[in-house]
Each structure stands twice: as structure tokens, then as C-alpha cells.
Design a protein. Sequence first.
Length: 525
Amino acid sequence: MTFKRLSADYFVSPQVTPEDLREAAARGFKSVISNRPDGEEEGQPSAAEMRAMAEARGMEFFHLPVIPGAITEADGAAMAEALARLPGPVLAFCRSGARAEKLFEMARTEKPVPAGAKTYDVVIVGGGSAGIATAASLLKRRRDLSIAVIEPSAVHYYQPGWTMVGAGIFSAEFTRRSEKSVMPSGVEWIRQAASGFAPDENRVLLADGTAVTYRVLVACPGIKLDWDAIPGLAETLGQNGVTSNYRYDLAPYTNRLVKDLKGGRALFTQPPMPIKCAGAPQKSMYLSCSKWEKSGILQNIDVQFHTAGAVLFGVAAYVPALMEYVTRYNAHLNLESKLVAIDGLAKIATFEQKRGDTVTRVEEKFDMIHVVPPQVAPDFVHSSPLAAASGFIEVDEATLRHVRYPNVFGLGDACSASNAKTMAAVRKQAPVVAVNVLAALAGKPPVADYDGYGSCPLTVESGKVVLAEFGYGGKLLPSFPNWLIDGTRPSRLSWLLKDTILPPVYWHGMLKGREWMVAPHMIDA
């Protein structure tokens, strides 16, 4: 075959055959670039097959699949980075050679790349459960991907365990590991904070003023706990009987307050939705009451639950079992009661309570109060082009792809999908995003969808859990047959799941790309 020469070291060709590769090697070519998505036409060799043939002949191979008419600036940047790295001469091919020629033109006009900079196949913003699980699921399917994870923290937390820390069941240290220990092998960890998104340029902006370029972006930076939204709260946290299981350093203080309280008033609060793990505010109440009940002092404590919502729990099927425990613990349920201020020194909490069309302010004395702060999208997300009106990353609820930027995906607490914001939801979302990211890299539409699954193991007493599992619209999505676990009733087996099984599933399964019981549902299946 005749290879078309575009420069001293760059040649293009239509689809090459094994014979063409032998000829290229004999003519001294050092690298081969394929610009064809796999499966573009019947009988086309896959990228993996072409890689094996090229490498067997001593040539390096790079796969940069693009589709006609949809080549982006990021593709041009990726081509420029590849040409700067690969030894020449280079032979690039696609179906006719036109895309390989176009990418070369774009690469030549690409702005110079700063020393040490590169374009990644995938950039993941956020190294929490969503980011690490997605990176692991991607690498499970394609080890050759270049992936960067942007995460400033050196510590990774198993946050669902903090409720158990507050109850004295787990130690705080049990929920903490180094970020380095959970970062998948083969991922480049950029230990900085993201400061913004420039999706029209396929770049993530960093706090130090630099930027990272991507072909596909996965945005999962988590949710902002807005402690300052309640006047007086931030300055009294961790003292004066004010605590929250929503912070690693405060969960042990919750346990201490519960153990030390022998009588008086205990308040538990829940802010307006959305919040991460909507069942957690009442879990802390149930476990505290269970401890007081076993100590024989529950009757000495005035327990109040104040929720800004109009119902105890958003999925009606689980409310009867929960109300049995509200009654058993003689807890006073205050619906549509929102914490709006706190005076730690005076031990007074102020609530706005809605009764019909009337909103009144009510002050409640307390001896201890467990507070859950309002929660919003991170500032750099809220102010970015990726944001929906809510401030969260605007995604299609099924595919988790951004509604305006087809090479951007969002999952976890920061995305706009209406599912419950729980670790269990992330565990189901990550494989869906992984396969859809690979489709996007190959120039194809999403291939998998997400049903809104989320799980909330409601710890109603020490040793029993109401295992709430549901999807979009409150549809029940149980993982186990009813004869084994009836999720609408308290169960000791569900407690075993929460207490013993789920932590190792998180550390050794989810964060390692092991998709036990959460294989992605394929759209065409």
C-alpha cells in the first residue's frame, strides 16, 4: 500500500492490514496510530488486535478513536500529545485516512503543551467513593487508559460507618484510610483542588492556576456541608452538647454525649433535601434511644426529632416500621420543623415550624443536640457551565451523561439525578458510568443505564436494621428475596449486612472494581 506523506515523520493510510504492518515495519516506521472506533464496520480488526500485531513487529501503538464530523479540540490535543511522545516515523490510519489527516492538522495548530502536561483519556474530579470506584471499574475493562484523579485530600473515609461510630459500635479509625492506599494502580493522582470547569475547552481548572485536559470528564466532587448556613452552629460544634455524625472528628463526641446523658432533652435535626444519606439523621436518634433503653434511662429523656420534611421518610413502604420505633422510644416527631439558629452557650435551638400556611419560630432548650447541616453543590460546581438550576451537575438520569456536553459524566452526591445520595447508589452508578465513558472514548453513545437504585440501612436499634432499597420514584428494588430479608421490617440479618459485610465490600470490592451484584444494565439487553 502507498502511505500518504504529510511531513518528514508522519504518514496516513486507509485501514491497514497485517501485510501493511509488515511493510511499515520493514520501511522503518516506529509507531502506529489508529483513529477508528472499534466495530465501525464489519470485519474490521479491533484496536487490541492491531496493537498486538504492531507490537509484535517492534512498533508502538496508540488508539485515538474519533467519529467523522465529531472531532473535538480535545482530540486534537490528544493527537498533539501523542505525536510529541511517540517515536517517528508514525503511520496513522482510519477507514479512508481523512480523520488521520484532519487530526494531524489540528495537532500542528494546537497550542504548545507546557512541559510535563498531557491530555488524559479520562479525568476524574473527586477521589471519594464515586471517583475511586469509577476509576477501578474503568481499569478493570481497559488497563491502557490514561486516567487522572484530581483529589486534594490525603485521607479517604468510609462515611456510612460514622453513624456506627456515633453509637460506639465502630471506632473512628475503622472508617479511615490513606487516599494513596485506595488509589488504583495505574491512575495518576493530581493532589490538588479543582477550582472550575471549562467544558468547551475540555479542561478542568485547578486551584494553583493550572489546568488539566481530558477527552472524557467524570465529575464527582461530592457535596458541600454548609455548616455556616445555620447561625451559631459552626462555633459551637464539638462542645456545649452540640454534635454531628456528619463529621469524622465529631462522631466520637456523639457517642460520649449519649453515654454521659442520664436525663434531660435530646434533639435530633434533619435539614431540607437534598442531603447525603437521608436516613442518617434519624439513625442517630434510634441508636441513641436504643442505648438509653438498654441502660434503663430512656424514660428520663425527652427525645425530639425535627425534620424540615413533611414525612418521616420519603418512601412510604418503610414508614410503618419506623413509626413503631418512634412510638417505642416515645420520641416526639416534629415535621416541617427546620433548625435555623443555635446558641451553644445557652443551649437553645431555634426552629422555623410550618403549620398550614403559618410559619412560626420556636425555641427549644437542649442538653444534647445532633445536627445535620444543609447541603449544597460545591461552589466551583454551582458556578460552572456544568450546573443545573439546582447547582448540581446536570446529567441525564438514566445514562448519567451531561445533558449538554456528551463527553462529560457525573455521579455521586454532586450530580443532579433524583436518586438518594448514598454510597449504595454510587456503587451502582460507577459501573454504568465506566462503560458509558468507554463508549464515549470510542465515539459511541451511552450503552448502559441506571435505575436510581439507592439503599439506606436504617439502624432502628442495636442489632436490627430496616433495609430500605429503592429507585427512581420510590420503586422498591430489594436485593434479596422477601423470605430472606423483608426490607420493610427490622431484621438482624440486615444488621449483619451493615455491621460486618458492607465495610469489606466497600474497601475490597467497590474500590477495587469488583462489581458484586451491581453489574451495569445494558440498554440493548
